[in-house]
Design a binder for this molecule. Structure first.
Ligand SMILES: [Zn+2]
Length: 248
């Protein structure tokens, strides 16, 4: 994970404000039914996952999943994911679904990111653990800043302060609990992903050796390595970490 710098909110999300006002009013009128799951919100996918939203996210995130940093669009469409789940939440996989979810953030720009299907649909889903689950914000009238999420937020937090790498393996940095929870819940060391990163690591290590040699290719290798640490590069956090440690 690396920190994502977002552009301004796409215009189309303004349409979500009317929808959110209607959802909030309906929730107040049928609170018990919503809380029991009998009544459900019908969120407008055409707004929060509008092509304008997706294309800005693709640019801002350099076509990478906000969690695992894998490039997305050559293998999938990518999901517009809600950092705070819009329909319902779980403190842990074992817990029952809690309701309502963060319905008023369904079209909120700061809550939207692009994620790969595995991170989003297989692992994150409705998970949204908090440091203190008794302080969970369940209404748009309450102050969201009181909540202390355990998942690292891709723009509000700097994930590289919480996660580091031992070669291709991610581990919490300075015993960060939030790093640990994010890493484990989203399975950021899942075997297929680790295999992918290992191949990349070996390649980069070879580049590093050449870049520090007297070979005529050293300039090219150095230039290539410089590109691999940019935000736009796949697994940039791993490469930055490895380079800082001289690929030891
Ligand atoms: Zn992912």
């Amino acid at each position: 994970m690396i920190r994502i710098v977002k552009s301004l909110a796409p215009e189309v999300l303004r349409d979500g404000q009317t929808k959110t006002a209607a959802d909030s009013a309906d929730y107040q009128a049928h609170k018990t039914d919503y809380d029991s799951g009998k009544r459900k919100f019908s969120f407008d996918h055409d707004i929060y996952a509008h092509v304008d939203v997706k294309s800005v996210l693709l640019l801002d995130q350099h076509d990478k999943c906000c969690f695992c940093e894998s490039k997305i669009s050559h293998i999938a469409f990518g999901d517009v994911e809600h950092f705070r789940p819009k329909s319902a939440f779980r403190q842990s996989q074992r817990d029952r679904l809690g309701r309502p979810g963060y319905y008023w953030l369904a079209y909120e720009w700061s809550n939207l990111f692009l994620a790969c299907e595995l991170c989003n649909r297989r692992w994150k889903k409705n998970l949204f653990p908090l440091e203190d689950p008794s302080v969970r914000i369940l209404s748009p009238k309450d102050d969201l800043a009181r909540e202390r999420p355990l998942f690292l937020h891709p723009t509000d937090d700097n994930p590289e302060e919480h996660l580091e790498f031992d070669k291709e393996v991610i581990r919490p940095r300075n015993a960060s609990r939030r790093g640990s929870v994010t890493l484990n819940a989203l399975r950021l060391n899942r075997p297929a992903l680790q295999d992918f990163r290992r191949d990349r690591y070996v390649l980069l290590k070879n580049l590093f050796v050449v870049a520090n040699s007297d070979l005529p290719e050293r300039e090219d290798a150095l230039r290539n390595l410089d590109e691999r640490v940019l935000d736009s590069a796949e697994y940039a956090a791993m490469t930055r970490c490895a380079r800082r440690r001289a690929f030891e």
